[in-house]
Design a protein around this ligand. Structure first.
Ligand SMILES: NC(=O)c1ccc[n+]([C@@H]2O[C@H](COP(=O)([O-])OP(=O)(O)OC[C@H]3O[C@@H](n4cnc5c(N)ncnc54)[C@H](O)[C@@H]3O)[C@@H](O)[C@H]2O)c1
Length: 444
């Protein structure tokens, strides 16, 4: 099905990944190459595996999302990116130790052929990493221009139609929004003056949006989430989305939190702790990077539970999030949630969740979905922040006059209704048919 408002995905889509050699990126890439060869299914990918109901339930029409909206095919993605280490993606995958050799061997050639471009990096922003494979420049503005050239060259060399840039790089230190981020002019000035509040991830975002590429931020740092870059995206008709892939504990939190509120059960406290031993864990072991992650993870419950509206239920809950770097676990994170709730007459109850997950296995399909949906937005002239992609983020970017949506199932409804709208189909409201009938009898 097509609409003439959406440009068809003709030609190839370039995907430039910041942090090309990271655990999430290489797991994503190995998966895509395996899927292309028919060796795997895109498990966990909404764009590839989920269906969407069109019309009434009784119409019995549930096409796959990928057949309903004109998404780019996974065969037509061309990959590139940047990293601070000069190694190919096969070496990087082996270093990450997420996938077993039996899965890497089938896609070894494709991974070996992928090598990053030099990064824009400064250890000031990721204290636990050091890298020599980095660009040098007169100032941040000059570095940003070098990134723009990389994007331009990649597009021409590979005869690409469009580009999506996605940050899957490390979590940077916490930076609050301030004056330098507020206008395009102050931001440009700041880049020229090497303002310390302009992090490398912001330079990638500015470069992408200036080059007409959609931009996605998979980490919790601000990156594109500053007024100057949001304005630039609006002006250039570019979609941007972020922040922080919603994978393990927060995924669970945005299901259990709404459940408590739906049934008006109270909450006394929620303690979340986990252990992980990958490089992301090592980076987050530094207090300034952890603070960025903590902000992202903590925001969820307040928005879901609305303590200001329900003070008796949620006015006084204690929320703590801990991340512990524990090398023996590698990418196989283990999370524990202890949730103290209360019910009728205030009687206390507890919920315990022990999630033995795999970080990058959960994040990889999110990368695919975000790339394909953001490209759809680019072809549909959907500019600025893409709230409808909040399903995939821990800390969804949202416009100033709206609040972020965290409830996983509302997020899914929002995504599907947006797709329906794009394709000129009616949104689904789930109104009971009895109510519809009463309304029609009274007013029609
Ligand atoms: N794995 C998950 O479940 C998950 C969930 C949510 C968010 N994230 C975020 O995704 C990001 C990637 O996670 P990961 O586990 O792959 O981490 P990782 O440490 O394995 O990979 C990050 C990569 O980014 C590179 N890098 C750092 N700064 C860079 C820069 N300025 N330019 C280019 N490359 C740079 C590093 O060298 C590394 O290869 C992190 O920010 C993490 O917080 C991961």
């Amino acid at each position: 099905m097509e609409t003439n408002r959406i440009k068809q995905p003709n030609g190839k889509l370039g995907v430039l990944i910041v942090g090309l050699n990271g655990a999430v990126s290489t797991t994503f890439l190995a998966g895509i190459f395996a899927i292309r060869k028919g060796l795997a299914h895109p498990i966990g990918s909404v764009s590839q595996m989920a269906t969407i109901r069109i019309g009434k339930r009784t119409d019995n029409y549930f096409p796959f999302i990928k057949d309903f909206v004109p998404l780019e095919s996974t065969n037509d993605l061309v990959f590139g990116g940047w990293d601070i280490r000069d190694e190919n993606c096969l070496e990087a995958s082996r270093y990450a130790k997420v996938l077993e050799e039996k899965d890497l061997i089938n896609v070894a050639d494709e991974l070996e052929n992928l090598r990053p471009m030099k990064a824009v990096f400064d250890q000031e922003y990721v204290k636990r990493l050091s890298g020599s494979y980095v660009k040098e420049g007169e100032n941040k503005y000059d570095l940003m221009l070098q990134l723009r050239n990389d994007i331009k060259d990649f597009k021409v060399k590979n005869s690409l139609d469009r580009i999506v840039v996605i940050w899957a790089g490390s979590t940077e230190i916490f930076i609050p929004i301030n004056d330098v981020h507020n206008t395009k002019e102050s931001f440009i000035e700041g880049m020229k003056n090497n303002d310390t509040d302009i992090a490398p991830s912001m330079l990638y975002a500015w470069a992408a949006v200036s080059e007409g590429a959609a931009y996605i931020n998979g980490s919790p740092g601000l990156s594109a989430d500053v007024p100057a870059i949001i304005d630039l995206a609006e002006e250039n008709n570019i979609p941007i989305a972020g922040k922080d892939f919603k994978t393990g504990q927060t995924l669970i939190k945005t299901v259990i939190g709404p459940m408590l509120k739906t049934r008006m059960l109270g909450l006394n406290g929620w303690f979340s702790t986990n252990i992980l031993g990958n490089r992301d864990g090592e980076v987050l072991d530094d207090a300034s990077s952890f603070k960025t992650k903590e902000e992202s993870k903590l925001s969820v419950l307040d928005t879901v539970l609305q303590p200001e509206i329900y003070p008796e239920l949620y006015g006084n809950f204690y929320h703590k999030v801990r991340i512990n770097y524990y090398p023996p676990r590698g990418d196989n994170k283990e999370g524990w949630d202890n949730i103290d709730i209360f019910g009728w007459l205030g009687y206390p109850m507890q919920l315990k969740v022990n999630f033995l997950c795999r970080d990058s296995i959960l994040a990889a399909p999110i990368m695919l979905d975000l790339i394909l949906f953001t490209d759809l937005a680019l072809r549909s002239n959907m500019k600025g922040i893409q709230d409808w992609l909040s399903l995939f983020f821990k800390s969804p970017m949202h416009s100033q006059n709206s609040v972020p949506e965290h409830d996983l199932f509302i997020q899914m409804m929002k995504l599907k209704n947006t797709l329906r709208k794009l394709m000129n189909e009616d949104p689904i409201t789930h109104v009971d048919s009895n109510a519809t009938k009463i309304y029609e009898d009274c007013y029609e």
